[in-house]
Design a protein around this ligand. Structure first.
Ligand SMILES: [Zn+2]
Length: 408
């Protein structure tokens, strides 16, 4: 064992920041017991004691790591060859983790290579001396979680400050994007409830699943969303069974700041004149994606005067939307775009003092205040689905309520 430790020291010294954990394990205590059915017990039985080395790959090639552990170069070569068509080590990333199991004779018994907590590659030495190599997908555990958040400074802060990830905020924002202008609406003290699916592995966060239900409780108004599958398609409905999805999204950029509103008279800092501001400006970092607020056909994509690089989309019923001052245009005249599709990137072309998108809605050529657009909600769920939907709403509200009280 003394020799094994000496060469392991080399590994320690070579990557001090990524110090691998080394421990001795008997066959039964092997951390790799989860897939022991793939291993040949006869081989393991011949080597009752294995050395287990855990580490992070860092910037080294796997070859150096293995040779550094004292494994013969020929053995390492036959191991890496066994990965052919299964995993290409040229795609290794510094945060990838490995676990090496060595016999007391410094022979490689098993290598587990983890590219993510749910994705691993395993190579096991068989009786015949060749490596059996395969990919192993690990299913994370799914939980349904209900949480309540109170806004202090921002929606984002309220959720992430309680240990949830920013992607939950984004998913929540998407659900209510037809109803709430999150740049304007949220106030200190507003309450958010979310019933959502969360995937974890050994207690570690992996990803979110669906948001099953959500509420935004503002000072004067409450917005609710319930995920419901009507048998043909799934979507979010309010408590009265009306779909939340509407013709226009409230804003054309995520995580921007409203810098100028629709007004009939405004001093323009570049032309130094008072003039109508026929849209709303949203300041955002240069390059931020701008998305179409509704389905439609691109009528114009190019430069136009003070608008700079501009996209105009034609929608049904005489509606048009304008997106100005873009840095890059990602659509062409005549192409059909879907609601939420990225059409351009934020810039400061044309008359603009800083990077922002000038967003405008026109009805039959006449600019209207986007905030005054109240497109009709879609048709409510048909009566034969109502009972099922109402039961679902009751259950969801109870679940969110129960958790709300246990939180307090
Ligand atoms: Zn503007």
């Amino acid at each position: 064992m003394a020799m094994a430790l000496t060469s392991l020291m080399v590994v320690f010294l070579a990557m001090p920041a990524l110090a691998p954990a080394v421990h001795l394990a008997s066959k039964s205590g092997d951390g790799a017991s989860a897939d022991s059915q793939v291993e040949n017990p006869a081989t393991s039985g011949a080597n009752p004691s294995l050395t287990v080395i855990d580490g992070r790959i860092g910037r080294q090639p796997i070859y150096n790591v293995l040779v550094g552990c004292g494994i013969a170069p020929a053995e390492v070569l036959s191991l890496t060859q066994s990965f052919k068509g299964i995993f290409d080590f040229r795609k290794a990333r510094p945060k990838d983790e490995y676990q090496i199991c060595l016999t007391s004779q410094k022979k490689l018994k098993k290598l587990t290579y983890k590219t993510s907590p749910t994705n691993q590659y395993v190579a096991v030495k068989t009786d015949s001396g060749v490596f059996h190599t395969y990919r192993r997908k690990i299913s994370p555990e799914k939980q349904t979680v209900a949480r309540t958040f109170t806004i202090d400074s921002s929606l984002y802060q309220a959720v992430t400050g309680q240990g949830e990830n920013g992607s939950l905020v984004a998913a929540f924002g998407d659900i209510f994007s037809w109803d709430i202008d999150f740049y304007l609406y949220p106030r200190k003290g507003d309450i958010i409830r979310i019933l959502f699916e969360k995937y974890t592995l050994n207690g570690k966060f992996i990803k979110y699943g669906k948001i099953i239900a959500a509420q935004y409780i503002g000072r004067s108004k409450k917005f609710s969303a319930f995920y419901f599958n009507d048998g043909r398609q799934a979507g979010y409905y309010d408590e009265n069974g009306r779909p939340l999805r509407k013709m226009f999204l409230r804003v054309p950029v995520k995580f921007g700041m409203r810098t100028s509103s629709f007004s009939t008279r405004r001093y323009h800092p570049i032309s130094k004149k008072y003039k109508r501001h026929t849209g709303i400006d949203y300041g955002a970092a240069h390059g931020t994606p701008i998305f179409a607020t509704a389905n439609g056909t691109v009528e114009f994509a190019g430069r136009r005067g003070g608008y700079g690089k501009l996209v105009i989309i034609r929608h049904p019923n005489g509606y048009r939307t304008y997106y100005g001052h873009c840095s890059r245009l990602l659509v062409k005249k005549g192409s059909y775009v879907k609601q939420g599709q990225t059409i351009a990137r934020v810039g400061r072309t044309g008359q603009a003092t800083g990077p922002h998108v000038h967003y405008e809605i026109r009805i039959n050529g006449k600019p209207v205040n986007p905030n005054n657009i109240k497109p009709a909600k879609g048709a409510p769920l048909p009566s034969d689905l109502r009972t099922r939907f109402e039961n679902l709403v009751q259950t969801r509200l109870l679940t969110m309520g129960d958790y709300l009280y246990s939180d307090l």
